[in-house]
Design a protein around this ligand. Structure first.
Ligand SMILES: C[S@@+](CC[C@H](N)C(=O)[O-])C[C@H]1O[C@@H](n2cnc3c(N)ncnc32)[C@H](O)[C@@H]1O
Length: 222
């Protein structure tokens, strides 16, 4: 089977940019050592770019880990911007706090321990950029919860739109093309269900960026 996301392309994308800073390099090293699945620098660069392209002021993340994706977003936010980090693991969230502070982003950030899908209910919109990176079988639920709070002109980015440890790319690809594969695990079905939901939503236009583990980018057009 052809590689779905070739390493050579990833390496090239990293060389093109945007450039990480020393804190990001340290986070990358930690992710390597711990085997932690951050979005990686190719997607991080796109998070920063997308936030800038929609002039984002407010960002919400479903699943922030130790703050890697949030840090890239924060680099594009204005001084009076806001980013909400959510995480079920207290230790990860504490590390996120430290990394964000080191980047000078602590004043922009709110740190919420617990289920992101419950947390989002406590926030008023609008959000200009949203990252969906929680449990794959709950992507659709995350989208439904945040959908009314997404600004017109805003953007929703779902990670793992192509791959992740448990995602079966052949089954995912078949589902997205309307076929009926024999065996589909919950993670794969969750991503396919999300892509189907957001893809059919007339208020959004969706396109795929095949970097990192693949991101589906959905732009709110009305
Ligand atoms: C794949 S990691 C990525 C984290 C981060 N976005 C990054 O790029 O480094 C996903 C994280 O989401 C957290 N998570 C999963 N389900 C969650 C939920 N329902 N609410 C909050 N955090 C969740 C996990 O504990 C994990 O740290």
């Amino acid at each position: 089977m052809a590689e779905s996301l070739p390493d050579a392309t990833a390496e090239f994308a990293r060389a093109v940019g945007p450039e990480p800073d020393d804190v990001i390099r340290e986070m990358d090293a930690q992710a390597d050592t711990d085997g932690f699945p951050t979005v990686g620098p190719e997607v991080g660069g796109w998070l920063q770019m997308l936030a800038r392209m929609v002039s984002a002021r407010r960002v919400f993340e479903f699943g922030s880990g130790f703050g890697y994706s949030a840090y890239w977003f924060a680099r594009a936010l204005p001084e009076d911007g806001e980013i909400v980090l959510t995480e079920v693991d207290e230790d990860e969230l504490d590390q996120a706090r430290e990394y964000m502070a080191r980047g000078g982003f602590d004043d922009l950030a709110s740190y919420e321990l617990g289920d992101a899908i419950e947390t989002v209910d406590a926030y008023d919109g609008p959000f200009d950029a949203v990252l969906i990176d929680n449990e794959k079988h709950r992507y659709r639920e995350a989208f439904e919860a945040v959908r009314p709070k997404i600004a017109e002109g805003g953007v929703v980015i779902a990670d793992n739109a192509v791959t992740a440890g448990p995602i079966d790319f052949e089954a995912l690809s078949a589902l997205v093309r309307g076929e009926d594969p024999d065996e589909v695990n919950d993670h794969t079905a969750g991503v396919a269900e999300y892509l189907d939901r957001v893809g059919a939503d007339p208020a959004f236009e969706t396109a795929l960026i095949p970097l990192g583990e693949g991101i589906a980018v959905s732009h709110r057009v009305d």
